[in-house]
Design a binder for this molecule. Structure first.
Ligand code: ADP
Length: 263
């Protein structure tokens, strides 16, 4: 069953179309990757799916309902976003930041109950941040802070998680740990995942389908085998690459080719 439908979405910040006639559906429990060069419209598309920006033409349906008609709090009950790394200006503790994920679920008086604390604890446990629950968020490394933002998103108990370059500042171990965790939630809890990433090999490894954007237009959407081809990547990124199959996984693998490689 489709959980997100984008129907002929067009969006502009004022000049040209940044997204031009974007139509695709995401099924419940799917892991979809969005790839494409800088400026191709990936972040804008994530903001539109989250209802932060409204398309000038076309529509986004969440569970069949037009996002324009869904209240902000109700969107937040269904969709959580993990940004790249958002600066948190005030000195909140880790637990306070994770508790912010419960905001859309709290009653009118905004008091947290026992269940909220249990959910927050569980989210911190899964993301391995319990040991520093009472530390200030500003005292953590980029990788640790990123795990706090994931915990906040999990505490939201969403059906859909949107990841916008969420692993950009993580080292390779934490990148793979992060995607393993998201994949486990995707498989075990049926979480629908949409991730923007620059790392095409990570997209190949974890995504059921990949959407390749070029200048606000869908250049291709399909399985990694269908989309991550040498001709697509060369054409869209204008980069000299070789695409073959990863000998371990059999999935498409992109290798950058330099004009002047080291000897
Ligand atoms: P990507 O995530 O693929 O790098 P973006 O969605 O961030 O692409 O940006 C797509 C285009 O929209 C770019 O040309 C960018 O300069 C422009 N853009 C993004 N945000 C704004 C904004 N707030 N105001 C005006 N133009 C913007």
């Amino acid at each position: 069953m489709s959980i997100i439908e984008s129907e002929h979405v067009k969006f502009t910040y004022g000049d040209a179309w940044v997204l031009n006639d974007i139509s695709f559906t995401t099924c419940e429990g799917e892991f979809l990757g969005i790839i494409g060069p800088n400026g191709s419209g990936k972040t804008t598309l994530i903001k539109i799916i989250d209802g932060l920006l409204m398309p000038q033409q076309g529509s986004i349906l969440i569970d069949g309902q037009n996002i324009r008609t869904i209240r902000r709090d109700d969107i937040a009950k269904q969709i959580a976003v993990v940004p790249q790394d958002s600066p948190i200006i005030f000195s909140f503790t880790v637990q306070e930041v994770v508790m912010m994920g419960r905001a859309p679920h709290l009653g009118r008086l905004r008091f947290e109950g026992k269940t909220d604390f249990e959910i927050v604890r569980k989210a911190m446990e899964i993301t391995d941040i319990l040991p520093f629950a009472s530390r200030s968020i500003n005292e953590l490394s980029g990788g640790e802070r990123q795990r706090v933002l994931i915990a906040r998103a999990l505490a939201q108990q969403p059906q859909i998680i949107l990841l916008d370059e969420s692993t950009a500042f993580l080292d390779i171990k934490h990148q793979v740990d992060f995607f393993d965790l998201i994949k486990a939630l995707n498989k075990e809890a049926g979480l629908t995942v949409i991730t923007v990433t620059h790392d095409i090999n990570l997209a190949s490894l974890f995504c059921d389908r990949v959407l390749l954007l070029r200048d606000g237009i869908i250049h291709g959407i399909g399985t990694p085998h269908e989309v991550i081809t040498e001709s697509n990547i060369k054409e869209v990124y204008e980069a000299n690459v070789m695409v073959d199959r990863n000998p371990v996984t059999g999935l498409p693998r992109v290798t950058l080719l330099a004009s002047h490689p080291a000897d």
